[in-house]
Every structure is written in structure tokens, then in C-alpha cells.
Design a protein around this ligand. Structure first.
Ligand code: NAD
Length: 442
């Protein structure tokens, strides 16, 4: 099939575009930023993801991927348009749908000229009702056509995890494919695109598909905040959260593989903004979202815990050199949107500390946020070298190597992710972590 990916320069859009192209679909990757589209055209991804560069280069050399700023050409030559633009938080936490509105109007204008049947699929995360109340009316108004009769509409939420986006898209067995459909023809068209994917599929209404995405993200975010609350209690009671978690997972009703990850809290472009958007939507429809609010409150405080643990061992931070390892909101990505590292670094600077930071992929994005207020190390060793203490904020695998810390002058490691086993450190270190029965001396 031919498909158009609108918002193709972003994480979701580029992943969707290269993966659908790799499946043999002629894929138009539509962006509004000429520079970024040129970059993609030359085989350089605009976002970092494992395998992205290889799969992008293959798709370009096979002629299956067409990067363009021309939305009209893309929609006219496709059977399905995916809307993958951003849906950030507005000032009050509710969802900002301006990008969705803009592209819906633009697609509508093209649909007016289009003779063949076309399906518009909302891939962005939007609060329940958005497709029916905003996207569909905009498409009808600008195309002067009738949804359902003249063109189809679907909601096909994206469940990829940054850092594993390509794998999650191409092998969605564990996450499934959800298609909300305006009518049977819309859903049938959409599902033809996925017929070679090995995954359970679910067909439902547009609103239910929108809600499923929020329910999943909120559920996972709630698990993280739950783990953090238990870990904070563990620390004060002389229990180790990792052991507690292991014991919890023995119960089949809880099971393994849950999101019980205690640490500096969740960040990224999805969990915080999606939980906030659902809180705002719940309040709009007169539901008091107590659990969702508590999920956010616990998360807000968690990066601060790392500073408290550091002060507990180092004392006042004024004038101290602190190494921060890991800046992206999670390993495997360069994405720093709402990363806990931002709160950690800002808190360290407020305390008067000097910060030397390292991240394998996110340094470029970090510079845009912190500028000259901190120093940036090209290697983890350089960051920790003269530091009075080292804070692990993102669990990149390289930070689990005990020998990395041997160059430290002051041997203090505060682990915000339980990334490192203290037994792997040389002797003479002080190690502490969130949810840990510590500090311990190695
Ligand atoms: P992003 O900001 O990385 O990408 C959005 C892209 O849309 C940008 O590159 C922007 O330039 C482009 N864009 C905006 N308006 C445009 C227009 N008029 N024409 C062409 N391009 C336009 O955002 P993202 O992380 O890819 O997220 C996109 C959506 O997917 C959001 O709703 C998000 O909640 C959802 N989502 C994200 C993830 C994730 O892990 N990042 C996972 C699942 C769902």
C-alpha cells in the first residue's frame, strides 16, 4: 500500500515511516522542516533509535521511502494518512491539539481534490473524543466531503517504547495492534496494512481506541509511582526494594515484567504529559482522578530524593563537583523531554554544586537545556574523574561496569536507578541508592 506519514520527522512519525517502508509500502515521510527532511533524505535520522539509521538507509536505497515537505503529493498518492504530530501539554496540563487541528485541516484540503478512497488514521495520542469532535469535523469542513461515505477515519494508537521503537513497531506481538474505526471499511483498509504483522489485533470505536492508549500509559506510570513510594518506605525501614520487588513478583497475581521500577521517576514525552492530559479530561467530565494525581505527585518529588541521598553522604553541595551519568529520560534514546535528569541537575545547581555530565546520546539535547551552566564530558570516565560524588540518573548499560568508577577521587556513588551492583565496585566506595538499605561501604 502507499501511505503518508504526517509528522515524519518526529520519534513516532519517523519510526512509523521507516518501518512501513521496510515492509514494502511506498511511504511518504512528511515533515514541515526542510532541513530535517533533507537530513532524512540523506540517510540521517532526526531522532536516535537503535537500528534507525540502517533501516532508513535501506528504505531510501530501495526507493520505498520518500521524504518530503509536500503534504499534497503525499496524501494524493496514498491510501492511508497517519497523523503523527505532537500533542504536548498546554499551560494548564490539558492537551494542546493545535498541531492535530492544523494537519487535519491540511489533509482535508487535499481530500477535496482526491478521487480515490482514503483513510485518515490518528496515530498521535489524543484524549477520548478528539477524533470525532476535532479531526473528523475539520476533515469534513475542508474537504467538503462526508466522513464514512467519502473517506475513512481510524484511531491507531502508537505503543512503541523509545529506545526499542523499531523492534516494537515491527514485532508488536507483546503490545498488540488497536484500531478504532469509524466504520468497517475504514478498519478493513487499515488492517490490510498490518496483515503480515504477527500480533493480536483489536477493533473498536474511535473513542475507546483513544482511551486505551491513556489507560495503558497511566497504568504503567502508576506502577512506577507505586514502586517509588514503596522504595521510599523501604529505605527508612531497613529493607531493600529490589528484594521486596522480587518477593512481590513471586505472587502470580502480580507476576514478573511489571513496571515496578523505583528510582528518579518517570519522564519522557509520554507518561507525564499523558497522565496530566487524562487528569484534565477526567476533571472536565466531572471525575476526580485521585490515583492519577497521586501518580504525578509522587513522581514530581522523586528526583529530589537523589539530592537528599547525596547530601546525606557528601554534606552541603556548595562548591562540590558532582558527576551526573545519564541525561536522556531512559536508556537507548537521546530524548530529554521531561527527563528526571533536568530536575536533578537544576537542583544540584541550586545547591551551588558544579556539574559535569555525561550521556552516550543526549549531550546535544542537553546543551540546548543547560547551556554553559554545566560541563559536558565526552566519556563517562572524564565526568567522574575529579568528582566529589557521582549520581547515576539514567541506567545506560555502561554505567553498570564497576571499573568505570575506579578513576574517582572521592569514591561516592549514588544510584538513582539501581543500575550498578555495589559488589562490582572496588573496595573503598560508599554506595547508596533509592530504595536501598544503605549506604554501604565496599
Ligand atoms: P515529536 O515532537 O518527536 O514529533 C512530532 C513531529 O511532527 C515533529 O517532528 C514536528 O515537526 C512534526 N509536525 C508538526 N506539525 C507538522 C505539520 N503540520 N506537518 C508536518 N509535520 C509536522 O513527537 P513524538 O514523540 O513523535 O510524538 C508524536 C505523538 O505520538 C504524540 O501525540 C505522542 O504523545 C505520541 N506518542 C509518542 C511516543 C514516544 O515514545 N515518543 C509513543 C507513543 C505515542
Amino acid at each position: 500500500m502507499n501511505v503518508a506519514i504526517i509528522g515524519g520527522t518526529g520519534y513516532v512519525g519517523l519510526t512509523t515511516a521507516v518501518c512501513l517502508a521496510s515492509k514494502g509500502n511506498l511511504t511518504y515521510c512528511v515533515g514541515r522542516n526542510k532541513e530535517k527532511i533533507e537530513k532524512i533524505r540523506h540517510g540521517f535520522p532526526t531522532v536516535y533509535e537503535d537500528n534507525m539509521e540502517e533501516i532508513l538507509k535501506d528504505a531510501l536505497s530501495n526507493g520505498k521511502l520518500k521524504p518530503t515537505t509536500n503534504i499534497e503529493e503525499a496524501v494524493l498518492n496514498s491510501s492511508i494518512s497517519y497523523i503523527c504530530v505532537g500533542t504536548p501539554s498546554g499551560a494548564d496540563g490539558s492537551i494542546d491539539l493545535s498541531q492535530i487541528r492544523e494537519v487535519s485541516e491540511k489533509i482535508g484540503l487535499v481530500l477535496e481534490k482526491k478521487k480515490d478512497y482514503h483513510v485518515v488514521a490518528v496515530r498521535s495520542t489524543v484524549v477520548p473524543g478528539t477524533t470525532e469532535e476535532l479531526v473528523l469535523p475539520a476533515l469534513e469542513k475542508f474537504s467538503k466531503k462526508k466522513a464514512g461515505a467519502d473517506f475513512g477515519v481510524c484511531v491507531n494508537p502508537e505503543f512503541l517504547r523509545e529506545g526499542q521503537a523499531i523492534k516494537d513497531f515491527l514485532f508488536p506481538k507483546k503490545i498488540g495492534i488497536v484500531v478504532g474505526e469509524l466504520n468497517k471499511r475504514s478498519g478493513d483498509t487499515m488492517l490490510r496494512l498490518y496483515k503480515t504483522f504477527d500480533a493480536e489485533t483489536m477493533r473498536t470505536t474511535l473513542r475507546t481506541a483513544e482511551m486505551i492508549k491513556y489507560a495503558r500509559n497511566s497504568y504503567l506510570a502508576k506502577d512506577i509511582s507505586f514502586a517509588n513510594e514503596i522504595a521510599n518506605i523501604c529505605e527508612k525501614c531497613g529493607a531493600d526494594f529490589l528484594e521486596v520487588k522480587k518477593g512481590m513478583e513471586m505472587d502470580a497475581r502480580i507476576g514478573k515484567g511489571r513496571f515496578l521500577e523505583a528510582g528518579a521517576g518517570f519522564g519522557g514525552s509520554c507518561f507525564p504529559k499523558d497522565v496530566r492530559a487524562l487528569v484534565a479530561k477526567a476533571e472536565e467530565v466531572d471525575v476526580e482522578p485521585k490515583l492519577l494525581k497521586a501518580t504525578l505527585e509522587v513522581n514530581e518529588l522523586q528526583p529530589r530524593k537523589l539530592i537528599e541521598l547525596t547530601k546525606q553522604i557528601v554534606g552541603q553541595l556548595k562548591g562540590k563537583k558532582i558527576a551526573v551519568l545519564g541525561l536522556s529520560f531512559k536508556p537507548g534514546t537521546d530524548d530529554m523531554r521531561e527527563a528526571p535528569s533536568i530536575k536533578v541537575v537544576n537542583a544540584l545547581l541550586d545547591e551551588g554544586a558544579e556539574v559535569s555530565a555525561y550521556d552516550p546520546q543526549a549531550l546535544e539535547n542537553a546543551r540546548k537545556i543547560f547551556g554553559k551552566r554545566i560541563s559536558y564530558a565526552k566519556q563517562a570516565e572524564y565526568a567522574v574523574n575529579n568528582a566529589d560524588a557521582c549520581l547515576i540518573v539514567t541506567e545506560w548499560p555502561e554505567f553498570a561496569e564497576g571499573k568505570l568508577y575506579n578513576v574517582m577521587q572521592q569514591k561516592i556513588v549514588i544510584d538513582g536507578r539501581r543500575a550498578l551492583n555495589p559488589l562490582d565496585l572496588a573496595s573503598g566506595f560508599v554506595y547508596h541508592a533509592i530504595g536501598f538499605n544503605g549506604p554501604v561501604k565496599t
